[in-house]
Design a protein around this ligand. Structure first.
Ligand code: Z5A
Length: 235
């Protein structure tokens, strides 16, 4: 496996306008999973570990990240469960992603900065596709229009039984518009994430998120070292 510094990067284009990232290029790591899986906790621990090793890194999230993305996030997360139908919700998420990608992610990667994102495209497939029933082929076409051939270098899929995840999320704060959706929805979504990880084994690592945060962080670090060749442990 080549090191982060030595790997040679092809140009990556972003669909609609053909904007691109060319080398030198940082690594793009996404953290995915259902409610309460511990994505935010693990993103924070990973960013700290990268910083301790002197790797420049930017932490971000979806929906959100850029100012435009954050404005759309407020539209998506506030209000009644039925505020948006699944197609409106998908289009809002993709508009937010396009803004996030072109204004924050791509410029950072082009400067050699790593980007760690709490959610990205796989959440759309899991929530809007497997969860809310938007046709997967239509979602794939829309994603291609918005992000072109851009994909994360590594996706960490945190896996946890639905009840455990919802209990963690409930203990932390009042339910948002998504957390109020029914249990079957969350189970379809969990199985969707597991299928995405299996179908994209070269990009994704499925991580058991039931353990305590430091143990899960150990599995995250192991995945970064094995898949991206960065050395985060052992001095
Ligand atoms: N969404 C979508 O539908 N489609 C899309 O394409 C995208 C997003 C990009 C974003 O909400 C919502 O947008 C999301 C999907 C939808 N739905 N919801 N809800 P968000 O950003 O506000 O929330 P989230 O991404 O879903 O985060 P979360 O599930 O609420 O939490 P988390 O980041 O996975 O977990 P956490 O905040 O790190 O931890 C939750 C609690 O558990 C907290 O008290 C921790 O201290 C505790 N915790 C964390 N790890 C552990 C372990 N290992 N053991 C015990 N306790 C732990």
């Amino acid at each position: 496996m080549p090191s982060a510094a030595s790997r040679h990067w092809p140009a990556t284009s972003f669909g609609a306008t053909g904007a691109d990232v060319t080398e030198p290029r940082g690594r793009f790591v996404t953290i995915e999973g259902g409610e309460g899986a511990g994505k935010t906790t693990q993103a924070r621990l990973l960013v700290s570990a990268l910083e301790r090793c002197g790797i420049p890194v930017r932490a971000t999230r979806e929906p959100g990240g850029s100012p435009g993305g954050e404005a759309i996030r407020r539209l998506l997360l506030e209000g009644e469960g039925g505020r948006w139908d699944a197609v409106c919700e998908t289009l809002l998420l993709l508009a937010a992603r396009r803004d996030h990608l072109t204004r924050l992610i791509a410029p950072a990667l082009a400067q050699g900065v790593w980007v760690v994102s709490d959610r990205f495209s796989d959440s759309t497939l899991a929530y809007q596709g497997y969860g809310r029933g938007v046709r997967l082929d239509r979602l794939a076409a829309l994603q291609r229009f918005v992000v072109g051939d851009f994909t994360p270098d590594l996706t960490l899929v945190l896996d946890l039984p639905v009840e455990a995840g919802l209990a963690r999320a409930a203990a932390r704060s009042a339910a948002d518009r998504f957390e109020r959706l029914d249990r079957d929805f969350h189970e379809r979504m969990r199985q969707g994430f597991r299928k995405i990880a299996a179908d994209n084994a070269g990009r994704c690592v499925l991580i058991d998120a039931c353990d305590d945060p430091q143990a899960v962080h150990g599995a995250v670090v192991a995945a970064i070292e094995e898949r991206l060749g960065a050395k985060l442990t052992g001095g």
